[in-house]
Design a protein around this ligand. Structure first.
Ligand code: FDA
Length: 390
C-alpha cells in the first residue's frame, strides 16, 4: 500500500520548514521533499553568509504584489518579534546592521540548524535529495518520486522562485499551478543588478568597485543607499531596491549629491581655475567624478563654463538619467517578482481556492519583499499561516 502523510511539503527552504514545524506542532505527520542535495542553500548564502533573517519594520508596504493587501493577514499573525523570539530561545546571537535589518552574529548556518532542530523536534521526515516526477489528485494527492510514491491529504508547494538556478531554483511551483489551472502573474528577476546601455558602458566600465551614497528613483519609488559601479552596470542596495520597481525600457534617475545644493556649489566656484572633475572629486569618488564629467561635458577649468552650462551640470548631478539595457537576470537576482496569483489563494490559509488541500507559500507566491530581511519574513509568515491549516 502507498505510504501516506497528513502533509507533504515540496521545498525544504525557509517557508517549507516553517510550515512543517507548525503543522508538526499540531500533531500532523509531515514529509518534506527537496530535490537539492544540500539543505536550505538560499538561507546559507543569504545576507552575505549571515542571513538577514527579518526586518524590525516589516509592513505590507514593503512588499510588491498585484494585490498589495494579500500579505497583510499573514504578516500580522507572524511578526518579526515572533521569529526573533525563536532565534533568542535557541541562543543565536544577532544584531541590527541598519534600517531594522537583523543579521546573525555568526553564520546563516545557525538559522538552518535551528529550523532543522525544530523540524526534528516535531518528527518531520525528509526525502532529500528527491525528485518529484508526477502529482495527481483524486480525493487526496498522490506523488510519484524517485524514492517511491506517497499520498498526502495536504500538499504544500514551497519550492521558491527562479533566482539562482545554480543552487536548485526551479519552475516547479509554477508548473504545478499550471497543472491545476491556477493563474501565475508575469515573472521577472528582482533585487537584481542593472546593465549599462552600450554608450554608458563605454564611460563607466573602467571603474568597477566604486560605491556612491545616492538616491535612486525608478517606477515612482526612491531609495537612498549605496550604489555600486560594476563591470557591466550598476548594483549595490540602492540599485537592487530600485530594480524591483524598474521596467525594461524605462529610465532610472540618480541624485548623486543628495545632501548638497549642486547649483550653489558650482556657481560658487564659477571663477575658479579648478577643473570641474577635481571640484566634483571633493564630493564624489575621484575616478567616478572624472568619468561622469567626461560623459556630460569635457572637464575644463570652472571659469570656462557658462552659467547656463553650470546650471545644466547641477541639474544632471541631482538627476543623472540612465536607461539600463536590462538586468543581469536570474543568475544574480535575489528574488523572483510575480508568482502564484494571490486571487487564487486564501490570505488566511494560503490554500488554493479551486483546489482544496493545495497550498502555496513563500517566494513562489506573487508577494515580493524589498531588500532587507523582508523576503524571509514573508517566508516565515506565509509558512506559519499555512502550517495552522494543513
Ligand atoms: P527557498 O528558495 O528558500 O526554498 C525553496 C526550496 O525548494 C529549495 O530548498 C529548493 O531546493 C527546493 N526546490 C526547488 N525546486 C524543487 C523541485 N522541483 N523539487 C523539490 N524541491 C525543489 N532574503 C532575506 O529576507 N534576507 C536576506 O539576507 C536574503 N539574502 C539573499 C541572498 C541571495 C544571494 C539570494 C538569492 C536571496 C536572498 N534572499 C534574502 C531571498 C530569500 O532567500 C528568499 O526569498 C527565500 O529563501 C524564499 O524562501 P522559500 O522557502 O520560498 O524558497
Amino acid at each position: 500500500m502507498m505510504p501516506g502523510k497528513d502533509v507533504v511539503v515540496i521545498g525544504g527552504g525557509a517557508a517549507g520548514m516553517m510550515c512543517a514545524i507548525e503543522a508538526g506542532k499540531r500533531g500532523r505527520s509531515v514529509l518534506i521533499i527537496d530535490h537539492s542535495p544540500k539543505l536550505a542553500e538560499k538561507i546559507r548564502i543569504s545576507g552575505g553568509g549571515r542571513c538577514n533573517f527579518t526586518n524590525l519594520h516589516a509592513r505590507p508596504e514593503n512588499y510588491l504584489s498585484e494585490n498589495p493587501h494579500f500579505c497583510r493577514s499573514a504578516l500580522a499573525r507572524y511578526t518579526p518579534r515572533d521569529f526573533i523570539a525563536l532565534v533568542e530561545r535557541q541562543g543565536i546571537g544577532y544584531h541590527e546592521k541598519k534600517l531594522g535589518q537583523l543579521f546573525c552574529d555568526g553564520s546563516s548556518q545557525q538559522i538552518i540548524e535551528m529550523l532543522k532542530r525544530e523540524c526534528d523536534a516535531v518528527g518531520v521526515q525528509w526525502w532529500q535529495p528527491c525528485q518529484v516526477r508526477r502529482v495527481t489528485q483524486g480525493g487526496d494527492f498522490r506523488l510519484s518520486t524517485d524514492r517511491g510514491e506517497v499520498r498526502a491529504d495536504s500538499l504544500v508547494i514551497a519550492s521558491g522562485g527562479l533566482s539562482i538556478p545554480q543552487i536548485g531554483a526551479s519552475p516547479f511551483g509554477y508548473r504545478i499551478a499550471e497543472q491545476f489551472g491556477i493563474a501565475v502573474t508575469p515573472l521577472r528577476p528582482a533585487l537584481v543588478p542593472l546593465t549599462f546601455a552600450p554608450e554608458d558602458l563605454a564611460h563607466y566600465a573602467g571603474i568597477p568597485g566604486i560605491s556612491i551614497d545616492a538616491v535612486v528613483s525608478a517606477g515612482g519609488m526612491q531609495f537612498r543607499e549605496n550604489l555600486l559601479i560594476t563591470h557591466r552596470g550598476l548594483s549595490g542596495p540602492a540599485i537592487l531596491q530600485a530594480s524591483s520597481y524598474w521596467r525594461p525600457g524605462e529610465m532610472i534617475h540618480i541624485d548623486l549629491l543628495p545632501d548638497e545644493d549642486a547649483e550653489a556649489l558650482l556657481l560658487e566656484h564659477r571663477w575658479s581655475q579648478m577643473q570641474l572633475a577635481n571640484l566634483l572629486g571633493r564630493y564624489l569618488p575621484k575616478r567616478f567624478a572624472q568619468a561622469w564629467s567626461a560623459a556630460v561635458l569635457p572637464s575644463r577649468p570652472m571659469q570656462q563654463y557658462s552659467e547656463q552650462e553650470l546650471r545644466m551640470l547641477a541639474a544632471r548631478l541631482h538627476g543623472w538619467q540612465l536607461r539600463p539595457s536590462g538586468t543581469v537576470g536570474y543568475k544574480k537576482a535575489e528574488v523572483t517578482l510575480g508568482g502564484i496569483d494571490t486571487r487564487e489563494l486564501s490570505s488566511k490559509t494560503m490554500e488554493a481556492r479551486k483546489v482544496p488541500g493545495l497550498y502555496f507559500i513563500g517566494e513562489v507566491v506573487d508577494v515580493t519583499g524589498q531588500l532587507g530581511g523582508y523576503n524571509f519574513q514573508w517566508a516565515w509568515a506565509s509558512g506559519y499561516a499555512a502550517g495552522q491549516y494543513v
